[in-house]
Design a protein around this ligand. Sequence first.
Ligand code: HEC
Length: 147
Amino acid sequence: MKTLLHLIGWTLATLALLQLIHIDIPTPPTPKAGDQVNAPAPVMAALKKGCYDCHSNRNNIPWYGNIAPISFEVRQHVKDGRKWLNFDLFNRYNEDKKQKIYKGIVKTVTNGSMPIPMYLWKHTEARLTPDERKAIIDWARELEIRN
Ligand code: HEC
């Protein structure tokens, strides 16, 4: 019994200490007119539904996203997701980068690695229908220069 209480005590103490570690998400630059990605309305709607939580300036961190250790995962996703691709700043990228993005979108939305499956497990509202996936893939394919 005593060991069990010790174990619980240590676990709680560890969790409490973990709360001190905070992953900072840098504030992204404020978009100017024309910086945002422009895509046909159905594509925009699908991107906003499935991708904007991590790939835009939208800040939509749920309450558990502030509690360690879950916060490590959640905040790191937003941090890395934005760093790689921010649809609100899309037109600041050069053509080279955009091409990498189109290719990446076709690949990841086709193979189901984007939106991140673990995120969808909790965010049912961000689950894309086959039509929404297709709209995103077709849009990226059309802009992609294949050689
Ligand atoms: C829960 C957060 C999250 C959501 C939602 C999300 N992404 Fe990502 N995305 C990331 C992170 C984090 C990375 C950085 C690469 C990695 O670690 O996998 C990334 C990387 C990418 C990449 C580059 C990866 C590669 O292999 O080329 C593309 C393209 C991408 N995301 C597209 C999308 C699209 C399109 C959507 C919506 C359909 C989406 N993402 C939704 C977090 C997210």
